[in-house]
Design a protein around this ligand. Structure first.
Ligand code: PRX
Length: 662
C-alpha cells in the first residue's frame, strides 16, 4: 500500500517521468518531439483537448504481436478459444496471430482501406475478431466494433455515423441454445446504409457455423430438432447465407491466398485507434474516440497492476469484445503484456450453470474478470455448481460494470474465491479507456463494495451541485481533475457534444456522470449514475444503496429501485424485486423487505412501493434500463424505444404486476 501511494504521488507530480518510464517497454518508431502531455480541461479557457507524447510514432499491433514474436515468444499461447459448446476449443499462439493479422491487413489494403478509414466489425467471440481489429490497427485504419447482439438498425446507424465502407462479420453464431444470424442482420444493415448513400466496398465474412457443434436437443430450448436448424441449414447440414458477390467475400478464401507479411503503418500517437459507441439509453449513441499511444500505455499498465499480471498466469475475462471491457481487457491489455487468455464464445449458463467454473478448472485460470450481473445470476443457483469444480488456481477476481453489492462481493470472495483471493472492483467507463478507480491485488485492503483508490495518473475529486469540492468524507459528483493517458479524446464527429457532456457542468474537470462517496478512510464508493440518484425528503439517496440492502435479504435474487414523484417527499422509492427460486411474493415478505431497507439506510429510505419482477428490463449488455422502470412506477405506458432490451416482453409483464394503489 505504501508503494502504491508513492507511485500514485509520482504519477501526479511528474506524469512525464512516470509514463515516460512505462513507455520504454514499448516500441516507438520515433520519439516524442513536442510536449509529453498537453491539455485543457477548462471550457472557459477554450477548446478541450488532451495530447500525450506528441510527435512520437508507434503501432499498437506491432506492440501487441511483433514485439513478443521478435523476443522469441512466438510459440506462447495468446488465446485458448473456448466455443459455445464445450466440445469446441482451439489454441492460438502469438506467431499464428501475427501471420493471420498480416494476411487480413493485406486483404484490407488490397480493397483500398488506408490510414484513417473506418472499418466496422460485427462478429462473435472468435479469434478472427481479435485478428480483424489488430489488422485494422496495423494499417492505421480505425475500428468501430458493434456488439454482435445489436440489431440491423443499430449497426447501420453506427456505420453511417462513422461512414464505414467496409464491414467484417461472420455467417452466424450460437449463443447458448440460440442462433444469431449475423450475416442476415448485416445484410439488412448494409441495405439501410446504401439507402442512405453509403457506398459499401466490402463485406468480409468469416465462415464459422460449419466448424462448430450445434446445440444438442438435451441442451435447453434448442430441443426437438432446433427450429433454427430447419430454416438456416441445408440438407447436408451446411449453414445457408445469401450472397451478394458485388461486396461479399469469404474470409477463408481471400485470407488463405494473402501474404503473411505486412509492414505496420507507423502512426502518430494521437491518431485515432478506434471508436466505440456507448449504449444510447438516452438519445443518439456517442462514438467515443480513443487514440493510439495513450490508450496503449494505459490499458497495458492497468492490466498489469489491477490483475497483478505475471508471466505464467492464465487470464479469463468474460466480457464480449463488442464492449469496452473486451477492447481493453480481452484484446489490448493482455496482448500488450504478452499474456495467455481464455477467449469464450458462450454464455455463463450454457450448457449448464457451472460453465464459467468448468472453464476456470479446465485452463487453470488464475485471474478472472466478470460483471456483478453475472455474479448475481449465478448466485441464484447456489454454491453447489461452483463447488463441483477445482478453482484453486484462482488468485484475483475482478468485477466491472456497475456497483457490486456487498452480498455479491462476499459470495464471489467466499464461494468462488474460497476466501483466498483478491477481489478487484474496477470502476471505469467506455470513456476512460481503462480502470480509473480500483484496488490493487495484495496491496489494497479492500472493503466489499468499494472501488477503493484511483489508479496511477488519476486525480479524483468529489463536487457538490455548485461545483464546490468536498474534501474528506462526503458524497457528490465523481470527477477527475486531469487527464490520464487512456481518456477519450472526442466524440467522433461531434467535439461540441464531447465538451458539453463531460466538461461543461464543472469547468476544469472531467465529469463521469456518476456519484461517489468518500468514507473516513478515504475509500471511494461509487454510488451509481447521478441520474439514478433520488432525493427523498431532502435526503440524497442512491438507488444502488437501496438495491444492495434489498438483495441482502435471502429471498431476493436481484433488485432495482427507481424514484417515483411523491407529493410530500419530492420523490419516493419504488422497488422491483426478483425472488430466489421457490419463494412466494407475500405481504409478510414485503414488510420484511421494507424493514431491511429502513434498517440498513434509515427511515427516510423506506420504500413506498414494492413489486414482484419475474425479470428486469436489461439491455443486451446487462444494464437495467431504468427509464422503463420509472415509467412502470408511475403507470405510464409511454415506454419509448425498448428495442435494445434483451427481452422487450418483460416490460408488459412488469406493468401487469404493478401493486394495488400504485
Ligand atoms: O456507472 C458506472 C458503471 O458503468 C458506467 C460505465 O459504463 P460503460 O461505459 O458501459 O462501461 C462499462 C465497463 C467499464 C459507469 O459510469 N460502472 C462501471 N464499473 C463500475 C461502475 N459502477 C460502480 N462500480 C464499478 N466498478
Amino acid at each position: 500500500m505504501e508503494q502504491y501511494k508513492q507511485m500514485h504521488e509520482k504519477s501526479l507530480k511528474d506524469p512525464e517521468a512516470f509514463w515516460g518510464e512505462i513507455a520504454k517497454q514499448f516500441h516507438f518508431e520515433e520519439k516524442v518531439k513536442g510536449k509529453f502531455l498537453d491539455y485543457n480541461f477548462d471550457t472557459s479557457k477554450g477548446k478541450i483537448f488532451v495530447r500525450w507524447m506528441e510527435g512520437a510514432k508507434t503501432n499498437i499491433c506491432y506492440n501487441c504481436l511483433d514485439r513478443h514474436v521478435l523476443a522469441g515468444k512466438g510459440e506462447q499461447i495468446a488465446f485458448y478459444w473456448e466455443g459455445n459448446d464445450p466440445a469446441d476449443a482451439e489454441v492460438v499462439t502469438y506467431a499464428q496471430l501475427l501471420k493471420d493479422v498480416c494476411r487480413v491487413a493485406n486483404v484490407l489494403k488490397a480493397k483500398g482501406v488506408t490510414k484513417g478509414d473506418c472499418v466496422a466489425i460485427y462478429m462473435p467471440m472468435v479469434k478472427q475478431l481479435v485478428v480483424a481489429m489488430l489488422a485494422v490497427a496495423r494499417i492505421g485504419a480505425v475500428h468501430s466494433i458493434v456488439f454482435g447482439g445489436y440489431s440491423a438498425d443499430s449497426l447501420a446507424d453506427r456505420m453511417l455515423d462513422a461512414q464505414a465502407s467496409v464491414l467484417i462479420t461472420a455467417d452466424a453464431v450460437w449463443r447458448g441454445p440460440k442462433l444469431i444470424a449475423l450475416k442476415e442482420i448485416a445484410d439488412d444493415a448494409l441495405k439501410l446504409c446504401r439507402g442512405k448513400g453509403l457506398e459499401v466496398k466490402m463485406n468480409l465474412v468469416v465462415q464459422h457455423m460449419n466448424n462448430v457443434t450445434a446445440p444438442q436437443p438435451s441442451n435447453g430450448s434448442a430441443a426437438n430438432g432446433n427450429p433454427a436448424k430447419k430454416t438456416h441449414f441445408d440438407d447436408k447440414g451446411n449453414y445457408k447465407v445469401n450472397w451478394d458477390s458485388s461486396v461479399d467475400l469469404w474470409w477463408h478464401e481471400v485470407v488463405s491466398t494473402s501474404s503473411s507479411e505486412c509492414d505496420p503503418e507507423w502512426m502518430d500517437t494521437e491518431d485515432p485507434l478506434f471508436m466505440l459507441y456507448t449504449s444510447g439509453s438516452t438519445g443518439k449513441p456517442k462514438g467515443v474516440l480513443h487514440t493510439i499511444g495513450g490508450y496503449m500505455l494505459y490499458t497495458a499498465t492497468t492490466f498489469k497492476y489491477s490483475f497483478d499480471y505475471h508471466p505464467g498466469d492464465v487470464y479469463f475475462c468474460t466480457a464480449d469484445i463488442g464492449w469496452i471491457t473486451g477492447h481493453s481487457y480481452v484484446t489490448y491489455g493482455p496482448l500488450l503484456n504478452g499474456a495467455t487468455s481464455v477467449l469464450f464464445e458462450g454464455v455463463p449458463t450454457y450448457p449448464h450453470t457451472g460453465r464459467f467454473w468448468e472453464i476456470i478448472e479446465k485452463y487453470k485460470v488464475s485471474k478472472f474478470y466478470t460483471a456483478p450481473t453475472a455474479i448475481r445470476t449465478l448466485m441464484k443457483f447456489g454454491d453447489e455448481p461452483v463447488k463441483k469444480y477445482d478453482l484453486s488456481s484462482l488468485a484475483v477476481l475482478g468485477s466491472v460494470g456497475e456497483p457490486i453489492n456487498p452480498e455479491a462481493w462476499l459470495w464471489y470472495y467466499r464461494v468462488v474465491g474460497d476466501s483466498n483471493v483478491s477481489i478487484v472492483d474496477t470502476f471505469w467507463q467506455t470513456e476512460t479507456g481503462g480502470h480509473v478507480i480500483t484496488p490493487l491485488p495484495g496491496a489494497t485492503p479492500c472493503k466489499p463494495g468499494s472501488a477503493c483508490f484511483p489508479f496511477f495518473g488519476v486525480e479524483v475529486a468529489l463536487l457538490d451541485e455548485e461545483g464546490q469540492e468536498i474534501k474528506g468524507e462526503g458524497e457528490g459528483y465523481l470527477v477527475f481533475r486531469r487527464p490520464w493517458p487512456g481518456i477519450m479524446r472526442t466524440v467522433y464527429g461531434n467535439h461540441e457534444r464531447f465538451e458539453t457532456t463531460y466538461f461543461k457542468k464543472f469547468p476544469g474537470f472531467y465529469c463521469t456522470g456518476d456519484g461517489a462517496r468518500r468514507d473516513s478512510d478515504g475509500y471511494i464508493w461509487v454510488t451509481g449514475r447521478i441520474d439514478d440518484m433520488l432525493n427523498v425528503s431532502g435526503h440524497l439517496l442512491s438507488t444502488a444503496q437501496v438495491e444492495s440492502a434489498l438483495v441482502e435479504h435471502s429471498s431476493v435474487a436481484e433488485a432495482a429501485a427507481v424514484a417515483r414523484p411523491h407529493i410530500v417527499k419530492g420523490e419516493c422509492l419504488y422497488c422491483f424485486v426478483t425472488l430466489t427460486e421457490g419463494i412466494q411474493f407475500e405481504d409478510k415478505l414485503v414488510g420484511e423487505l421494507k424493514t431491511k431497507v429502513r434498517s440498513k439506510i434509515g427511515p427516510f429510505a423506506t420504500p413506498d412501493f414494492m413489486q414482484l419482477a419475474p425479470g428486469l428490463p436489461k439491455t443486451r449488455s446487462g444494464k437495467i434500463m431504468r427509464r422503463v422502470l420509472r415509467k412502470i412506477a408511475v403507470g405510464d405506458r409511454d415506454f419509448g424505444d425498448i428495442s435494445t432490451l434483451a427481452d422487450p416482453s418483460i416490460v408488459e409483464k412488469l406493468f401487469e404486476l404493478r401493486p394495488k394503489g400504485a
